[in-house]
Design a protein around this ligand. Structure first.
Ligand SMILES: NC(=O)c1ccc[n+]([C@@H]2O[C@H](COP(=O)([O-])OP(=O)(O)OC[C@H]3O[C@@H](n4cnc5c(N)ncnc54)[C@H](OP(=O)(O)O)[C@@H]3O)[C@@H](O)[C@H]2O)c1
Length: 360
């Protein structure tokens, strides 16, 4: 089993007493479970079966019991990780698929092959472990080369990084072939996360089922969605398929915070990932010069970009800022050495305008 998973579930086992106590209190108080079988109850796979038809089975997840409860009580290791809860020290979140995902990554939209190769390489060198691309960006080979360069130089191993790509809408009728083609272009044996690029009710269920099959075949680890903005649209897909999406990647930033959608998907242990985290090319100055954001940046001696990215992580959004600029890539990763106060978080919450910058 994946070493990181082993660690996560060993920690969960050691904290079983705490979890059992929680369940007991819940029973005593008469808490009722949701009726929707796709909603994980509770979200911690150590005390329940993982979500319906998990990508990793319960047998894989739970270590055989060892030691007594008394030993468990005296154990002072870290508390168990809960699905969807961001660990800002480690910089990761545990997905409902059982995999741990970095919460800050490099985005590759609008990057040429050469730019993508360099950006991915610089990002991995600077500590990033998450990479976001898509077949429609036309730069999967460049991304693959950037990864290979970092691996060849001993900066990372394949297992340490998390690669996301997306299936484009015109491929939905031939999902299996699209997955093979992305693997081939990236030069990888498996993809950590593949997502459907857009909602397309006429055939997105078939495309999603092709991704489910690829999970069973070991070609994809986790699967999810992008550009599903209505709760009903998300539910339509979930109700017609087996594996609950690990995440939704939607346009999300301080002017479009997507709070209702986030609350809805959280019931499924599905997390939000933000595209246009800085507003997108051509729009960044609107957010950077926002009075609230720039004054908070000044108070922390950070840039507006850093404050926005830190806000994303504290708000529970995985962020994948795009850049072809070496200095910006470095700057965007330097957000783990400061924290926004509750008041600052609230002030940014208050500038939400439900305003998208993209027209799709
Ligand atoms: N699922 C979807 O439909 C979808 C749609 C769009 C994007 N995405 C994904 O989301 C990622 C992020 O979106 P995005 O790249 O379009 O927009 P973004 O990350 O919001 O903004 C990118 C812009 O910010 C600039 N920038 C980055 N860091 C900066 C810094 N520290 N200081 C000043 N400027 C900075 C970049 O310029 P420089 O290059 O000069 O740094 C670029 O112009 C994409 O790359 C892609 O992977 C997904």
């Amino acid at each position: 089993m994946n070493e990181k998973l082993k660690e996560v579930f060993q920690n969960m086992k050691k904290n079983s007493i705490f979890l059992m106590a929680l369940i007991l209190i819940c029973n005593v108080l008469g808490c009722s479970g949701e009726t929707d079988s796709k909603i994980p109850q509770p979200t911690n796979p150590a005390v329940s079966e993982p979500v319906t038809e998990p990508t990793i089975t319960g047998a894989d997840l739970v270590e055989p019991p060892s030691g007594t409860d008394a030993e468990d009580v005296s154990d002072d290791r870290e508390p168990a990780r809960e699905v969807g809860v961001f660990d800002l020290e480690k910089g990761t979140v545990l997905l409902n698929s059982g995999y741990e995902m970095p919460i800050l990554g490099i985005g590759c939209f609008r990057l040429s092959q050469e730019e993508a190769e360099n950006s991915v390489y610089w990002a991995l060198r600077d500590g990033y472990r998450l990479i976001d691309t898509a077949r429609i960006y036309g730069n999967e080979p460049g991304v693959g080369r950037g990864i290979q360069r970092a691996i060849d130089e001993g900066i990372v191993t394949r297992e340490e990084i998390f690669v996301t790509t997306k299936m484009w809408t015109s491929d939905y009728d031939n999902g299996a072939a699209a997955i093979e083609a992305s693997l081939d272009r990236l030069g990888l044996d498996y993809i950590d996360l593949m997502i459907l690029h857009h909602s397309q009710p006429e055939n997105d269920v078939e495309a999603y089922k092709a991704m489910e099959q690829a999970v069973a075949d070991g070609k994809l680890k986790s699967i999810g969605l992008s550009n599903y903005y209505e709760k009903e649209d998300f539910d339509r897909l979930v109700n017609a398929t087996t594996i609950v999406p690990a995440l939704i990647q939607n346009e999300t930033h301080p002017y479009h915070q997507s709070m209702e959608m986030k609350e809805h998907i959280a019931k499924y242990g599905t997390v939000m990932e933000s595209w246009f985290p800085l507003g997108g090319r051509g729009n960044t100055q609107t957010l950077f010069q926002d009075e609230t954001i720039s004054s908070i940046a000044k108070a922390h001696d950070k840039t507006s970009a850093q404050v926005i990215l830190r806000w994303h992580l504290q708000a529970g959004n995985i962020a994948i800022p795009g850049s072809s600029n070496e200095a910006h890539i470095k700057e965007n990763f330097e957000i783990f050495d400061f924290e926004l106060s509750e008041d600052e978080m609230q002030r940014i919450t208050d500038i939400d305008k439900d305003q998208r910058f993209a027209g799709y």
